[in-house]
Design a binder for this molecule. Structure first.
Ligand SMILES: NC(=O)c1ccc[n+]([C@@H]2O[C@H](COP(=O)([O-])OP(=O)(O)OC[C@H]3O[C@@H](n4cnc5c(N)ncnc54)[C@H](O)[C@@H]3O)[C@@H](O)[C@H]2O)c1
Ligand SMILES: O[C@H]1[C@H](O)[C@@H](O)[C@H](O)[C@@H](O)[C@H]1O
Length: 337
């Protein structure tokens, strides 16, 4: 490997193209050397203006391209497993956008492949762990600043859902962030999921069960509730209030400028995740690049991705049945302890 980490980016859609820009502009010590997307125009658009970057129509070719030292996976969730297994077969470090895989079976196959190598090479893109507000909340909870946590009250709102979004994806693509954030903030596993489904919003596309209210129970006896509403119309909001035995703390209220004028006061609401979490994505990728250059990861691992996938599957079952659904994980392998 040269001193600059050569990265193959798999998937050149919204996130993939954003990561290509990020690696080119804000992350030192790395450069994109290959991009793959079955949509050839997207791949070409993503590499336009970049020197020496090859565009491919499939992940296998991009991962095997000359100069690739690490892989950033930003294809849709169901395509992650294939790219991850190819990268692991070449023992390349990977940053994989969430979810690791949408299903536990796929996540376990990735876990087994990594376990055979005997080292953790895959980091999962749960970028909230790199957000300054989430980091402060974690520090407060870890330091006992509000006592033992009893509740996390979470709101996760998107202005509008993409055309391919399904009711299951409200859980496996969106609430999966709260699943990871709750496991990380509390240092506990999720043990059961209940999902309540109100009459869908008139703003939701036909057939989409939006919004939903998700209740997660944890191994330490805390309760996490999540309002997930992916067609709220007015903007992108991610909020979390922790309530402990001796206090509460809340993050995600817009920290932007408040304007008072003409008898009104107010501020702006971010319209999408690329704006709200811009700094978190930057920090995540910078830290991953630094770790990958040493053959390591620096963030959520395959176990975290697997645990989130099991909770997602339980959540989908709970949403369809209306019944509280327990979460059962395999024994945690020594590699992930
Ligand atoms: N961390 C976050 O906040 C965040 C935000 C948005 C999306 N995501 C995740 O990023 C990933 C991509 O989401 P997106 O919003 O960019 O989707 P997108 O639909 O905008 O882009 C996905 C791209 O992948 C391409 N693709 C499809 N199959 C492929 C394959 N087998 N190999 C390579 N490319 C393939 C598509 O042609 C498309 O260009 C998903 O896993 C999603 O959950 C994460
Ligand atoms: O893939 C996206 C992404 O993960 C966003 O962070 C989340 O807010 C959306 O709900 C989800 O669809």
């Amino acid at each position: 490997m040269t001193s600059t980490l050569g990265i193959a980016v798999i998937g050149a859609g919204r996130m993939g193209a954003d990561h290509v820009r990020r690696i080119g502009r804000t992350v030192g010590g790395a450069r994109v050397v290959a991009v793959a997307d079955p949509d050839g125009d997207r791949a070409k658009e993503a590499v336009a203006g970049l020197d020496g970057v090859s565009a491919h129509s499939d992940a296998v070719a991009a991962v095997a391209a000359p100069g690739v030292d690490a892989v950033l996976v930003a294809s849709p969730g169901p395509a992650h497993e294939e790219a991850l297994l190819h990268a692991l077969a070449r023992e390349l470090p990977v940053l994989c956008e969430k979810p690791l895989t949408p299903d536990p079976a796929g996540a376990l196959r990735v876990l087994e492949a990594e376990r055979r190598l005997g080292r953790r090479l895959v980091q999962v893109g749960f970028m909230r762990r790199f957000d300054a507000e989430y980091e402060r909340l974690k520090e407060l909870l870890d330091g006992g600043g509000i006592g033992r946590p009893l509740f996390l009250h979470c709101r996760h709102r998107n202005a509008a859902s993409p055309s391919f979004f399904t009711s299951d994806m409200l859980i496996s693509d969106s609430v999966v962030h709260e699943v990871d954030a709750a496991r990380w903030l509390l240092g506990q596993e999720i043990t059961a999921v209940t999902v309540l489904s109100p009459t869908p919003s008139a703003a939701a596309p036909e057939g989409l069960g939006d919004p939903r209210f998700v209740l997660l129970e944890t191994s330490g006896g805390a309760i996490v509730d999540v309002e997930i509403f992916v067609n709220c119309g007015f903007g992108y909001q991610v909020q979390c209030e922790a309530v402990g035995e001796s206090g509460s703390a809340r993050i995600g209220d817009a920290q932007a400028m408040v304007v008072q004028s003409a008898g009104r006061w107010g501020g702006e609401i971010a319209q999408d995740f690329l704006t709200r979490f811009a700094d978190a994505y930057d920090r995540q990728v910078r830290r991953w690049v630094a770790a990958a250059a040493r053959g390591r990861i620096d963030g959520p691992d395959v176990w975290d991705g697997y645990a989130a996938a099991v909770v997602s599957e339980a959540g989908i079952t709970a949403a369809r049945s209306g019944v509280r659904t327990p979460v059962e994980l395999v024994e945690r392998p020594a590699l992930y302890r």
